[in-house]
Design a protein around this ligand. Structure first.
Ligand SMILES: NC(=O)c1ccc[n+]([C@@H]2O[C@H](COP(=O)([O-])OP(=O)(O)OC[C@H]3O[C@@H](n4cnc5c(N)ncnc54)[C@H](OP(=O)(O)O)[C@@H]3O)[C@@H](O)[C@H]2O)c1
Length: 236
């Protein structure tokens, strides 16, 4: 039986050698130009949510602030918590160990959903509840991405999800066969930095499945020698 899940579009920008860390790409002006492309072409998709890994959230969105842990009066059940029932757009953080701190329960106007594992402390859950940040549990100690994705569509009004890095979260989603489409901004940069993450990184502790064949849907040449590639994961 097919599980219920949102349509997942992985939207990324990479160098010609697949690397994704913009800090290695030279001038700040060029980096800002590429970031502008990333946002502009993100907006061409109609989606209700975007999802990133803990590292990306910390570096690019949460400002790296530390959570203020709070001791609850009673143990907290490992059940989903909805922090804002009226939210219509969402930022989803893959945060297995409950490390992220947030100023408030939204980032850039999108309500935050933390995807946790059951090992996260009650103190962290109490912190999220007090902030009004939603959370779900997917897996005991490792993230079960299938469960996460299906809960996102069961508990929230999410039909289309933009998967936006980094490489490790993308790799886990790829390995589980959960991606429907790839939107790749191919930048005119040959990076070459050793051990720098690429668009899809399957962590060593996961059982790597065979490589995935993609089907070209669209190619566009943009300004600044950037190429926009769109691929489908299923032939139709
Ligand atoms: N070029 C682009 O389009 C683009 C887009 C997004 C991000 N980025 C860049 O990518 C970099 C971060 O990439 P990254 O690959 O190092 O980190 P990431 O994918 O953002 O985050 C990885 C983290 O997610 C958590 N996680 C838990 N379970 C996981 C699982 N099964 N699979 C994968 N992750 C799991 C882990 O957090 P814990 O360590 O807490 O367990 C892991 O360290 C940043 O520098 C960011 O700026 C580039």
């Amino acid at each position: 039986m097919n599980m219920k899940k949102p349509y997942v579009i992985c939207h990324m920008m990479s160098t010609v050698d697949g690397r994704i860390i913009s800090g290695n790409w030279g001038s700040q002006q060029l980096i800002d130009t590429y970031a502008g492309f990333f946002e502009k072409y993100h907006e061409t998709f109609e989606s209700q949510a975007w999802m990133c890994g803990r590292v990306t959230m910390e570096r690019d969105f949460s400002g790296g602030i530390q959570p203020q842990l709070i001791t609850p009066e009673q143990p907290i059940a490992r059940e989903p918590f909805i922090g804002n029932k009226d939210a219509a757009s969402f930022a989803v953080a893959i945060d297995a160990h409950g490390k992220l701190g947030w100023e408030k329960n939204e980032t850039g106007g999108d309500h935050i959903i933390e995807v946790l594992t059951e090992q996260v402390s009650d103190e962290y859950l109490q912190y999220l509840q007090q902030k009004g940040i939603s959370y779900i549990f997917a897996g005991r100690s490792d993230i079960d991405f299938k469960s996460a994705i299906s809960q996102l569509s069961d508990l929230f009004p999410i039909q289309t999800l933009m998967l936006e890095g980094g490489g490790h979260v993308n790799g886990s989603m790829l390995n589980e066969g959960l991606i429907d489409e790839l939107s790749l901004l191919l930048l005119p940069v040959a990076d070459g930095t050793p051990r720098s993450p690429t668009t899809f990184e399957v962590s060593e502790y996961l059982t790597k499945k065979p490589a995935t064949q993609l089907y070209l849907k669209e190619v566009k040449q943009l300004e600044n020698d950037v190429i926009w590639l769109k691929y489908k994961f299923e032939h139709n």
